[in-house]
Ligand binder design. Structure first.
Ligand code: GLN
Length: 209
């Protein structure tokens, strides 16, 4: 299964590494693919938009014509996991914000809500379907409002991990502790519906953008 990682800025190699680690301990083949242009979108079953700097990633996604391509593909079949900055990018669109959301996950986000970089922290949280997980929050956003999503975990009564049928969003970084369970959960989500067995042939993104 090919899993794309938006590869401009942020925790790119960390996601690649954890997917390699997972593929070794898992029955299924998992191949990380760096996504920096539209072509790469044609042969992935799932996409990770990593944490980093959301304004930077947003800007580059637009510049390389990927913002709308990902959005449209995700509306049709692509599974997407957004972590931290990545969550901001897949959340509800706010036309007044410098960073626009793709509107894939029905959540409203407030950026940098815990304060500055120095206010980053880690905390063990309880995640439905996964269990106790050490969550690393790096200048994290807060999920201010949830709409039509399932809340899987909270920190101080505020949702920090939510999902819908095809989209998974986290305000923390699951790629930093060596724990593969959240990536495995995402792969399982795809496995139940979106796995493309002959990926290089079946999808032509040009038809949708
Ligand atoms: N503060 C960052 C932003 O708003 C997100 C931080 C992160 O992804 N760790 O872009």
């Amino acid at each position: 299964m090919n899993i794309g990682i938006v590869g401009y800025q942020g925790d790119v190699s960390e996601h690649v590494e954890i997917l390699y680690k997972l593929s070794k301990q898992y029955k299924r083949d998992i191949d990380p693919v760096l996504v920096r242009d539209k072509k790469a979108l044609t042969y992935i079953s799932g996409l990770i938009i990593p944490g980093g700097e959301s304004t930077t990633i947003f800007q580059l996604l637009k510049e390389f014509d990927l913002f709308n391509a990902i959005k449209v593909l995700a509306q049709h079949r692509l599974y997407v996991m957004g972590t931290c900055a990545g969550l901001i990018l897949i959340s509800k669109d706010d036309p007044l914000s410098r960073v626009r959301g793709m509107g894939l996950l029905d959540v409203k986000i407030k950026r940098n809500a815990y304060g500055r970089q120095i206010n980053s922290f880690s905390e063990t949280i309880d995640i439905e379907g996964i269990g106790k997980f050490k969550a690393v929050f790096i200048r994290a956003p807060i999920i201010e409002e949830v709409g039509d999503v399932i809340t899987m975990g909270k920190y101080k009564d505020v949702p920090v991990i939510v999902r819908s049928e095809r989209f998974l969003g986290l305000t923390f970084h699951p790629e930093l502790t060596g724990d593969t369970r959240i990536h495995e959960y995402f792969i399982e989500m795809i496995g139940r519906g979106g796995y493309i067995s002959t990926p290089r042939r079946v999808w032509n993104v040009e038809e949708f953008v």
